[in-house]
Design a binder for this molecule. Structure first.
Ligand code: B12
Length: 435
């Protein structure tokens, strides 16, 4: 069969060409489409596969004689995914939707697709292909067991590698932590951490042509023993990488930090979320305790790595002064890159159910479910205060004045100009001028 896999763009495109160009460049650096590369890899070789990533400006050919179109989408991309799906179906082409949003709300997705594949695809996709060939496509496919990590082939990158400055790899899937807002651990089977054999991951990394890559694992601190053996084997591969991790483990385990650094880790992405322990308790994020933020950051820096801090606003204990106090606290930590988001209740999460019950979700326009729009009524401030407060902290954090202050801080300059450039300036352009 002739199969097309699509990563849609956001439904609201940036209007001016320069904003669109910067958005594309950011995706080329930070967001290689591992989902499509993985779907391509699990498709048997007797099918012809084409991979399209709209986020980097690639165009969909609606006249490509495709027998089957597979579209991936998490929530902010779903409206555009539905638009593409509707267009192909009008032409009589079969469409399958998959990914986080269709998995959370399969009945909604089914209105725009011939079939919805829920959860991980490694087992069900093969069955689905056979069913299409036999004209017996079912409306829904759901795996009956978690995917054995031995059954994950290396991603196929021959169509994508030339387009992205960074590559992406996944060593493990799942997270047991059940943070209230998280769309991973609250889905079936995704609350079980599954680790790919280290040798498989190493073999895959060796095939990557780029020097830099991201680990797309939910967190590489969930099983430190596993991560340590992975990092040990990576030493000498001459790669640079970034990954996600949690404060508690990073603060406790210096051996992990040392091995990560020796393996080529340049930056940990950490979801600090809030400087209020009450908020953290409410979010049920037990992996990070506020009192450990500063020592953890210091230790990571001591081992020559950088930190990208992720923060959210609009939690129940946030009041209008939270923006100023957070800016001060982030600067005291000495972070040079951070993202400030608005709490968003993704479908399928306990946060969504709680706020929905309390009548506090006022928009279910999924295109607004990005980090920069308000869809909830917060408790401690108005929705407008939340929106303007987040815009203000982004502006102030990424101001030249703030940058000149933070660059003087101990250890920051030791990160090297390239790291400072790639973290700080990209984020500044992204958050101050584009988003
Ligand atoms: C990499 C990543 C990104 C990248 C972009 C990746 C991309 N393709 O666009 C970046 C860093 C840009 C990003 C940004 C954001 N992200 Co993000 N991101 C991820 C991450 C870490 C990995 C996703 C991934 O590629 N996994 C690897 C592949 C192989 O797994 P997979 O996608 O699950 O695919 C498998 C199955 O789901 C299935 N499948 C998936 N799609 C399809 C389609 C078909 C047709 C079929 C058959 C099967 C199928 O098959 C695959 C193989 O089994 C996940 C968390 C995680 N670890 O999963 C969050 C995650 C997807 N992100 C999330 C969010 C919320 C965001 C942001 C809105 C966050 C924010 N506040 O800034 C932004 C939005 C970006 C935007 N432009 O608006 C949420 C999504 C929740 C939701 N319901 O939408 C997640 C789940 C994180 C979380 N903890 O909740 N993200």
């Amino acid at each position: 069969m002739n199969i097309l896999f699509i990563q849609p763009r956001l439904s609201e495109m940036q209007k001016s060409w320069w904003k669109r160009s910067i958005d594309r460049a950011i995706n080329k650096f930070y967001a290689p489409p591992l989902t499509l590369e993985q779907l391509y890899a699990i498709t048997p070789n007797d099918h012809d596969v084409k991979v399209i990533d709209e986020r980097i400006g690639q165009k969909i050919n609606y006249d490509g004689n495709y027998d089957l179109v597979g579209i991936t989408a998490f929530t902010p991309y779903i409206n555009r995914a539905y638009e593409i799906a509707d267009a192909f179906r009008k032409m009589g082409v079969k469409v399958v939707l998959g990914g986080y949003h269709p998995t959370a709300i399969p009945d909604e997705a089914k209105q725009h697709a011939d079939s919805v594949l829920l959860g991980e695809a490694e087992y069900t996709w093969l069955q689905l292909l056979k069913d299409v060939e036999n004209n017996g496509l079912r409306p829904f496919y759901l795996p009956d067991r978690p995917i054995d990590q031995n059954d994950i082939p290396p991603a196929k990158r021959d169509q994508t590698r030339g387009n992205y400055f960074y590559a992406a790899v996944q060593a493990s899937r799942g997270c047991p932590n059940r943070c209230e807002f998280c769309a991973i651990s609250n889905l079936k089977f995704r609350n079980i951490v599954r680790k790919r054999p280290v040798e498989n991951v190493i073999d895959e990394i060796k095939t990557i042509s780029q020097k830099h890559f991201h680990f797309y694992d939910p967190s590489l601190t969930l099983h430190p023993t596993y991560s340590k053996s992975l990092f040990r084997e990576m030493k000498g591969l001459n790669k640079k990488f970034t990954c996600n991790g949690n404060v508690g483990a990073l603060n406790k385990d210096e051996e992990l930090l040392k091995l990560a650094s020796e393996a080529g880790c340049t930056r940990w992405y950490i979801g600090f979320e809030s400087f209020s322990q009450q908020n953290m308790d409410l979010l049920k994020k037990q992996t990070n305790r506020v009192e450990e933020y500063a020592p953890a950051v210091k230790k990571i820096r001591d081992y020559g790595m950088d930190i990208y801090g992720l923060f959210m606003f609009g939690m129940d204990y946030d009041t209008p002064d939270v923006f100023d106090s957070t800016l001060k606290a982030v600067n005291d930590l000495g972070l040079i890159a951070a993202n400030f988001s608005i709490l968003t209740p993704y479908p399928g999460t306990p946060l969504h159910d709680r706020l929905d019950k309390e009548g506090r979700i006022f928009s279910k326009d999924w295109s607004k479910y990005r980090w920069d729009e308000v869809v909830i009524k917060p408790k401690g401030m108005s929705s407008e205060e939340l929106l303007h407060g987040v815009r203000k902290i982004k502006r102030e954090f990424y101001s030249l004045h703030n940058f000149s202050q933070m660059i003087r801080k101990e250890k920051v300059l030791e990160l090297g100009l390239m790291d400072i450039f790639s973290t700080y300036f990209f984020s500044m352009i992204a958050y101050r001028f584009v988003k």
